[in-house]
Write a protein that binds this ligand. Sequence first.
Ligand code: AMP
Ligand code: MG
Length: 453
Amino acid sequence: MEHLSVADAQQCVLESVAVLGAEPVKLEQSLGRVLAEDVRANRDLPPYDVSAMDGYAVRSADLEQVPAILTIIEDIRAGDMPAKAVQDGQCARIMTGAPVPDGADAVIRVEDTQLVSIGGPLLNPLMKQLANRLSPQADKSLVVPHTEEEANGKSNSLLEAVQINVAVKPGNDIRPQGEGMRNGDVVLAAGTEITPGVIGVLATVKCAQVQVVRHPRVAILSTGNELEDMDDPVDPNKIPDSNSYALMAQVQALGIEPALLGIARDDPVELAEYLQRGLRFDVLLVSGGTSVGVHDYVRPTIEALGVQMKFWRVAMKPGHPVAFGSTADTFVFGLPGNPVSSMVCFEEFVAPALRRMMGHARLYRRTIAARLTHNVRQQAGRTEFIRVTLVKEGGGYAATSTGAQGSGMLLSMARADGLMVVPAESTGVAAGEQVTVQLLDGTVFQDDAGFRE
Ligand code: AMP
Ligand code: MG
């Protein structure tokens, strides 16, 4: 069988898997999940025209000439309903989010106003004048600035009024009814990933329980006589099982809690038992034993258990002996035993498959362009994934190999910010050339803000 290219193998995997069914989860547990159904608004928001500012609800026609003085007829706080309509020469004090009273068509923010008091003995004549629509032409001598004590409401012997210093158009600083969302409209479509912002919208439409795409149940199995379990005493002749844990963490990074099945010996009977247990899951990741050694029993054993193999070699380094197959209920990835290979194959094949099953539209890790800081030689014919660190450089990044790249050298992976992809047709990359780097976890954050004010 011809070795598949990485792209063809990825396509084969993605064509095989499908989005899983829906399940309900509590809103509090839904972060990172994908909506399985459209979500609609259950009311208009805001429910009526509301003020966008702390200030005064006015009739814009009263402000053709400014400054103008308007009497304050009531106080409307968020949560209150206005009791009175605003007439000519009047306004209502209004807080952000409070409903705009009838008669008013604009809001003036408090910064553009000045509270004034209208003095005691002159109160009655002035009241008359106000009834005739108080305007800037009114006798200004009757109007004095409000003292602080009066502003605090300690004196009620004075008629409250406000001087408005700016003219505004109708609608100024009013958030119209339904501006945020309209009753019945789809506000979140099926397939949306639930981010904190989406959680806010779901809470707004009172979705205490959300229908999301089910998570795949994932099992992880290590194979090999040489492997030492975490709980075993240290034996200098053995190899510690790191794949179970590294793969576990890769699965966890996608938001799934996998089951660790342990270590199966290179024995067809024992292996078959473990594999059968794994075939009860949606996805089974088996590491080791997938190459062509005489004790590499994984492929024949899973085939004997009814797994239909789709491919078992890919033109890539590391990761060449990767295998993929399925039964009616389970997708099986045979990952190479070498720790770096199994992790790279997870990134290239398993992660996109799990993301698709979880309902995500974005399946692949983000890539960036970077400048390679040194020469890299490569044997044409297979895609190479070189572990690199990334350093910001001008507007871009400089990529440097993490060092020795043996597929058993797990530190090369532990130190990496990303996987630099050397395409199969390349025979090498020279220092200074642009390369593509797939970002690994942790690179979503950076050490500076990345912008200057
Ligand atoms: P295999 O694919 O079984 O031929 O294994 C290739 C190499 O990977 C061998 O050196 C194994 O010892 C090593 N290896 C296999 N499985 C694991 C594991 N679970 N953890 C660490 N190393 C492993
Ligand atoms: Mg082995």
